[in-house]
Design a protein around this ligand. Structure first.
Ligand SMILES: *Cc1c(COP(=O)(O)O)cnc(C)c1O
Length: 223
């Protein structure tokens, strides 16, 4: 199926969930995750109107970036090694995986201006997943004040891969709860207005729970 057809199915699904929970579909941005697909398919996705693209590895990001340069808004969604920051920083508009002080320090050091970051939280408490444990997320965000170029635009999480919808929903709710706590603090460096959550299998639940960026690969561009 062409990307444009898959996109229209997903937009329909988004419209339906939004209607159900009384949200405006315009609040939800779709990040097309192109990590599984070819160069041609990536260009097709952009031409279909997907202007936010995401990659989870440095190599993939650099390769896909070359195709479309700065026309799309690029998101780095994977775990980021500190030594790789300098290679991607001028190419991406958002980093979704800020989860440690050393990474914040490096981003701040290499940045030429404010960098929009999502703090990644491991709401499922699965050991295999990256991100901060929920109980330390707020303290972590507070401490980021010492890095003038770090802007915490929001929080990011990955739900467990499971059929148990309740378990998935709990993860998204946990992220929303932390976001509310951070917003209450009214921190200049952490407006924290965004929630990056929801993938092919669970974006509808994520939207019900307040997602503003969903990261969709398989359902949108294919495997
Ligand atoms: C691969 C990936 C996605 C997209 O996953 P799909 O299930 O294919 O939609 C989203 N977020 C992150 C962090 C990923 O690594």
């Amino acid at each position: 199926m062409e990307v444009i057809d898959k996109l229209s199915i997903i937009q329909q699904q988004i419209a339906e969930v939004c209607h159900k929970v009384n949200r405006d579909p315009a609040e939800i941005k779709i990040i097309g995750v192109t990590k599984y697909v070819s160069n041609d398919r990536t260009i097709e996705a952009f031409n279909a109107g997907i202007t936010h693209l995401g990659e989870n590895r440095e190599e993939g990001l650099l390769a896909k970036w070359d195709l479309l340069k700065d026309k799309p808004t690029w998101h780095f969604i994977g775990s980021l090694q500190t030594r790789k920051v300098k290679n991607i920083l001028d190419k991406v508009s958002f980093i979704h995986s800020l989860d440690r002080q050393s990474l914040a320090k490096e981003i701040n050091k290499r940045a030429a201006g404010p960098v929009s970051c999502f703090v990644q939280v491991n709401t499922s408490n699965e050991e295999s997943k990256h991100g901060l444990p929920p109980h330390s997320a707020i303290e972590f965000v507070k401490e980021l004040a010492k890095y003038p170029y770090i802007q915490v635009v929001g929080l990011m999480t990955m739900a467990p891969f499971t059929d148990n919808q309740g378990e998935i929903r709990d993860c998204f709710r946990a992220l929303k709860d932390i976001q509310m706590e951070i917003k209450k603090l009214d921190l200049k460096h952490a407006p924290c207005t965004e929630l990056s959550m929801g993938m092919s299998n669970d974006f509808e639940i994520a939207i019900e729970e307040g997602a503003t960026y969903i990261r969709v690969g398989t359902a949108l561009v294919g495997e």
